[in-house]
Ligand binder design. Structure first.
Ligand SMILES: Cc1cc2nc3c(=O)[nH]c(=O)nc-3n(C[C@H](O)[C@H](O)[C@H](O)COP(=O)(O)OP(=O)(O)OC[C@H]3O[C@@H](n4cnc5c(N)ncnc54)[C@H](O)[C@@H]3O)c2cc1C
Length: 99
């Protein structure tokens, strides 16, 4: 008895599903080619999983902290009713000086 292994042929094989590999795959597929992408770790590669995207989230979070400190110097108060829940936090406007 013989076994025939199924084979699928692709026009293009790409190693790595990072920004480069995914862009190449998308363009090749849009041009009508069949594409196989091989990824050893995480789809999206460095940019999505460890580079650009997490960095931007961290930069945004650190800017929010800076803004919060700045608002405190302007007289705003940050009230926290629940340290866990964002919904419990609110800003209170500084009181008008009456001038
Ligand atoms: C901290 C940090 C911040 C960054 N911020 C920015 C930014 O703001 N803007 C910007 O433009 N660029 C940024 N970059 C650069 C950007 O991440 C890279 O230019 C981009 O990820 C390169 O894409 P790539 O597809 O060439 O490689 P990668 O994204 O690294 O993808 C390569 C992929 O190939 C896979 N792979 C490797 N070997 C094999 C194998 N043998 N078999 C199967 N899969 C394999 C890997 O697992 C990986 O997923 C940043 C990088 C870092 C580290």
């Amino acid at each position: 008895m013989t076994h025939k292994s199924e084979q699928t042929r692709y026009d293009l094989a790409i190693i790595g599903a990072g920004s480069g590999g995914m862009a190449a795959a998308r363009r090749a597929a849009a041009a009508g080619l069949s594409v196989a992408v091989f990824e050893a770790a995480h789809t999206g590669g460095t940019c999505v999983n460890a580079g650009c995207v997490p960095k931007k989230l961290m930069v945004r979070a650190s800017r929010m902290v800076d803004h919060a400190h700045e608002m405190l110097t302007l007289g705003w108060q940050l009230l926290c009713s629940d340290a866990q829940g964002v919904s419990g936090r609110r800003w209170t406007a500084p009181r008008a000086s009456g001038g």
